[in-house]
Design a protein around this ligand. Structure first.
Ligand code: NGO
Length: 524
């Protein structure tokens, strides 16, 4: 049964005004029934009602050829735990149990990432203007099935989806996560796992911090010693680990992310944070002498030589090669903590280098310090400060600079949760789940209007991270909080807290070692 769209719209209520679903009584035999709105990030409109849909061994996935990629992602997500074949078909047979994916004009309001989800007794429909929207709808659908759906082996469960309708679309266009590959190199399979995990929360950008004082993690053909030396074993913090991405591995990651509607943003940090490059190529220092390799966690001591022409040949070669292997719109050129560069030199450098990014067809992106340079008017500045105003950034915004919000005391995933957290840093403060959730990216900076804010990003620096488990422990659950700030228009701690508590068993089923904050009542 399909409900006419007009009928749906007639009863449309914002989520906050929707009547709260009655809490389901827990019983030993059946887990608590999932409420239609128990989704992270919170959808725009939720209209519960009507019978559940049952996923059975006869269910088919119906999708046009143009949406095959999304259909495959959905089938991959549902097959292991159900053990069902869930064939993908162009047209479902009459009367079949079907999950139907369809693109078409579903309204400008939904944009490229919004979707409509309808759940009826024999049919689930996901409709969107394009595949990114369908994929977002599929992530919602996954959260409406019992948590056991996330197990990698066959489970016995009643695979029901609560009846009703959801209309959903994002608040901000940019919802990012960042992973520091430089301080500790995380191999491609770990990055892929992280992509899978963040894509569940409708994150659509993954920023990779690919070079820093300790190591250089991306192959650059015109400067091969960058990775021969800067990516060698022992170039991680404390001499632990090393490694780098070949161009083929990077391109494979770009594709893997794109298949999950995530755009990779590569970062090469400059003019500071360049010790590894200078170890490999001493001509990049002013005196031509190679500095010693460094695997400690100090910052602010290295700088490219602003007055030397070879600096700009190096920078342009790197930007050109990086742009050529990056289909996404952004190229991040760092710019933070340039304490070893004089302010005048910093401006000279940025005025020359910001336009180079545009020369290779990309939008320049940098940490908020780049806002001091007039050429940043066409760039994106990533705010990582601790304050609630920033005059330099505010001035740049009046000239056109756009802003991504990553305040270190709220959005940094590498900061400890509390003094007892075994890994992580604490220079920006402890960040419990509620702290990560309780702010608004559109209004945090009093002198930057919300209209200049492209979105939000949660950076995960890796000074203290060694393995995948460490990534997951620091990222989850806080990444889910930041993702909700980026996607949802409603902001309600009690609601988030209860949806997050219900999400815990999903991370358990996935084998994700998340932090069990005592602020949350975790379902078991
Ligand atoms: C700072 C610094 C990084 C550190 C990070 C650790 C920025 C933009 N620069 O953030 O080099 O790794 O803190 O939290």
């Amino acid at each position: 049964m399909r409900v006419p769209l007009a009928a749906l719209l007639a009863v449309a209520l914002p989520l906050a005004a929707a009547p709260a679903a009655a809490p389901a009584a827990a019983s030993a035999a059946a887990p608590a029934k999932i409420a239609l709105g128990s989704v992270i990030p919170a959808p725009v409109e939720v209209h519960p009602g009507g019978p559940d849909f049952r996923l059975t061994k006869g269910t088919v996935i119906e999708a046009p050829a143009t949406a095959l990629n999304v259909a495959r992602r959905l089938a991959e997500a549902l097959r292991p735990a159900t053990g069902y074949s869930l064939p993908i078909v162009a047209h479902a047979p009459r009367g079949a149990s079907v999950i139907s994916l369809a693109t078409g004009a579903v309204g400008a309001r939904l944009g490229s990432e919004g979707y409509r989800l309808g759940v009826r007794a024999s049919e689930v429909t996901v409709r969107a203007n394009g595949n990114a929207g369908l994929f977002a709808g599929v992530q919602t659908l996954r959260q409406l099935l019992p948590a056991a759906i996330d197990a990698s082996t066959r489970q016995h469960a009643r695979w029901a989806v609560p009846g009703g309708d959801i209309v959903d679309y994002p608040r901000f266009a940019y919802r990012g996560a960042m992973l520091d590959e430089a301080r500790h190199f995380h191999p491609p399979d770990d990055v892929k796992r992280y992509i899978d995990e963040i894509s569940r929360f409708k994150v659509n950008y993954l920023h990779l911090h690919l070079a820093d004082d300790q190591g250089w993690r991306i192959q650059i053909d015109s400067w091969p010693r960058l990775t021969e030396i800067g990516g060698a074993p022992g170039t991680g913090v404390d001499g632990v680990g090393g490694g780098y991405l070949t161009k083929a591995q990077y391109r494979d990651l770009v594709r893997y992310a794109a298949d999950r509607y995530i755009t990779i943003v590569p970062e090469i940090d400059m003019p500071g944070h360049v010790n590894a490059a200078q170890v490999a190529y001493p001509e990049l220092t002013c005196d031509g002498v190679a500095p010693p390799p460094r695997t400690d966690t100090d910052v602010g001591y290295s700088s490219l030589c602003i007055g030397k022409e070879i600096t700009y040949k190096f920078v342009e070669d790197v930007i050109r090669e990086l742009a050529a292997m990056t289909p996404g719109p952004y190229l991040h050129i760092g710019g933070d903590e340039a304490q070893a560069t004089t302010p005048a030199d910093y401006l000279t450098f940025e005025q020359r280098v910001l336009p180079l990014v545009a020369k290779y067809g990309k939008t320049a992106y940098g940490w908020n310090e780049i806002a001091a340079a007039p050429a940043a008017s066409t760039a994106v500045a990533q705010y990582w400060g601790l304050d609630t105003s920033n005059a330099t950034l505010a001035a740049a915004v009046t000239h056109g600079t756009k802003v991504v919000m990553s305040p270190a005391n709220l959005a940094y995933l590498d900061q400890k949760y509390n003094p007892d957290t075994p890994i992580g840093l604490d220079w920006a403060g402890f960040i419990e789940v509620r702290t990560a959730y309780d702010w608004d990216p559109g209004t945090l900076l009093s002198d930057v209007p919300a209209s200049a804010v492209l979105g939000v990003e949660a950076p995960l620096w890796s000074e203290t991270l060694r393995k995948m488990d460490d990534i997951e422990f620091l990222a989850f659950p806080r990444l889910a909080a930041i993702a909700e700030l980026g996607w949802s228009r409603t902001h309600d701690w009690d609601s988030f807290r209860s949806r997050l508590g219900a999400y815990g068993p999903r991370w358990d089923a996935q084998g994700v070692d998340f932090y069990r904050s005592t602020q949350i009542d975790w379902a078991s």
